[in-house]
Design a protein around this ligand. Structure first.
Ligand SMILES: Cc1cc2nc3c(=O)[nH]c(=O)nc-3n(C[C@H](O)[C@H](O)[C@H](O)COP(=O)(O)OP(=O)(O)OC[C@H]3O[C@@H](n4cnc5c(N)ncnc54)[C@H](O)[C@@H]3O)c2cc1C
Length: 458
């Protein structure tokens, strides 16, 4: 357990949130200590569970004065070690702020508390006759606060953009305890700095998100899912680019390899989709207000180099095809805590990267195994490496340097967290990092917000 904070401070926080929401029992705090991957183990000094934005503001004012560092936590599904208190900080859990309010079906907007899950927002959006543009495998646990803080991407970025593109406004408490709230949801509103856009992706270092005003997208009730097999990664990447250009109603365009498919089938007990083995697979979903099957079939018929194809229109069969892709994250975790290197590559080098990166990993550690899958429609490859000790960073270093050398991003959608902090300079100049530090000092002068993530030590 991290060293217990001053008892007068604990009592003061208890007066704000209620003593039952200040957790000091090690057994209860354990549920907030370790990250989803099992690679990062935190050590909370205390877990604080405020119930509304005013309580968050009062808690932060007390912590700022006392210099008590905090790690904001939502669903704790983050994959870069950013949501757990690695240095014995307090955990500020936002899960109780889970209301979805002010649903405006006409304007296509709603306000979601930081602790509402993505699935909660999706359900409220459907009830209002729309949809929420963000979807990800962790939808039942990942929260609005966490997805805003990480600018989460997911399975529909191709069509609707990442979380930042859904934001009509954000309410957040800065490191000083002062609240910035801009939830009016006006479509056009050029009244100064876009604080919501800045807080989005700041990984809890600038402010604690307490609510977000989110846009809804029109419903797309008619869906088709197809799984396509290819003899090479290059053929799959070529096909992906053809699909992007010719299927405007494409929601998702995902990618995986035979090794990952075999693992998912082994772990989940699912049968293989095709009788033979293939080098690479694309999973695509097309969605619209009218049956997208004729358009999808005509584009699929014109695709060269498809070795096999399965098309699903009914919901159970669509879910079955999706499981081959969505099952990757959990299946890989059964092999031990992976090193997760979520990267973006320019389209021109994507196939060569997929073919070449296992050799980069093997050269760094011959015992390591590489697993590749991801959102190929966005140029996003999840490089997962198993068989490497949690604190051995050789593979991480080699892969991320390789990615940056190819003009790619070392963090596509998961953020920098603590896992990639040593390499943020590969994508950001000293001047940019200096600007980051100045922003941090302005928003969080006492340096109490998530001190272990994003910015490398000065
Ligand atoms: C099975 C699985 C599939 C996934 N798929 C995707 C995917 O497709 N795309 C994708 O982008 N990610 C994906 N993720 C990663 C993860 O779900 C996202 O990063 C998500 O945004 C984290 O939300 P959370 O509520 O769990 O945040 P947490 O894990 O609790 O926190 C993540 C970060 O946000 C900060 N934070 C949390 N809440 C707040 C708040 N209210 N205010 C300020 N800072 C806060 C934390 O301090 C931490 O730095 C996946 C994870 C899993 C386990």
């Amino acid at each position: 357990m991290g060293s217990r904070p001053d008892s007068r401070l604990v009592q003061g926080i208890g007066r704000v949130v209620g003593p039952q929401h200040v957790v000091l029992e090690p057994a209860v705090m354990a549920a907030y200590a370790d990250d989803w991957t099992g690679r990062f183990h935190g050590d909370p000094s205390v877990v604080i569970r405020p119930g509304d934005a005013a309580e968050v503001a009062a808690v932060l004012a007390l912590c700022c004065e006392a210099g008590l560092a905090l790690v904001p936590q939502g669903g704790n599904t983050g994959l870069v070690g950013g949501s757990v208190p690695l240095g014995g900080e307090a955990v500020l859990s936002l899960r109780r702020l889970n209301a979805v309010t002010d649903v405006d079906a006409l304007g296509g907007q709603l306000t979601a508390g930081a602790g509402a899950t993505v699935a909660d927002v999706q359900a409220a959006a459907r009830a209002a006759g729309g949809e929420y543009g963000v979807d990800l495998g962790s939808r039942d646990s990942a929260t609005v606060g966490g997805t805003v803080a990480t600018n989460a991407g997911g399975l529909q970025v191709l069509r609707y953009g990442p979380t930042r593109a859904q934001l009509m406004g954000v309410e957040a408490v800065l490191g000083t305890g002062s609240t910035v709230s801009h939830l009016g949801g006006l479509m056009k509103d050029n009244t100064g700095y876009d604080l919501g856009g800045l807080l989005c992706g700041s990984e809890g270092t600038l402010g604690v998100v307490t609510a977000a005003r989110l846009r809804l997208v029109p419903p797309s009730p008619e869906r088709v899912v197809a799984l396509l097999a290819f003899a090479s990664s290059a053929a799959a990447v070529d096909a992906a680019s053809h699909l992007r250009r010719h299927l405007p109603d494409l929601n998702s365009l995902e990618f995986f390899l035979q090794s990952g498919l075999d693992l998912v089938c082994r772990v989940t007990g699912a049968s293989h989709p095709f009788s033979g083995s293939h080098a690479a697979y694309l999973l695509l979903e097309v969605a619209g207000q009218h049956d997208p099957l004729p358009a999808a079939n005509s584009v699929l018929d014109s695709l060269p180099a498809v070795a096999d194809v399965a098309v699903a229109t009914d919901s159970p069969r669509r879910a079955q095809l999706w499981r081959y892709r969505e099952g990757h994250t959990e299946a890989i975790n059964t092999l031990g805590a992976p090193h997760k290197l979520d990267v973006t590559l320019p389209a021109t080098v994507l196939a060569a990267f997929v073919d070449g990166v296992p050799a980069v990993v093997r050269a760094a550690d011959p015992a390591a195994t590489t697993w590749l899958f991801g959102h190929v429609g966005d140029g996003n490859v999840h490089v997962n490496v198993t068989g490497v000790a949690a604190d051995d960073l050789t593979v991480d270093e080699r892969v991320l340097v390789h990615v940056a050398g190819l003009g790619g991003s070392i963090s596509s959608e998961h953020g920098i967290g603590t896992a990639k902090r040593p390499w943020v300079h590969l994508n950001r100049t000293p001047a940019e990092l200096e600007a980051f530090r100045r922003l941090k000092a302005a928003f969080d002068p006492a340096g109490i917000l998530n001190p272990n993530v994003l910015l490398p030590p000065a």
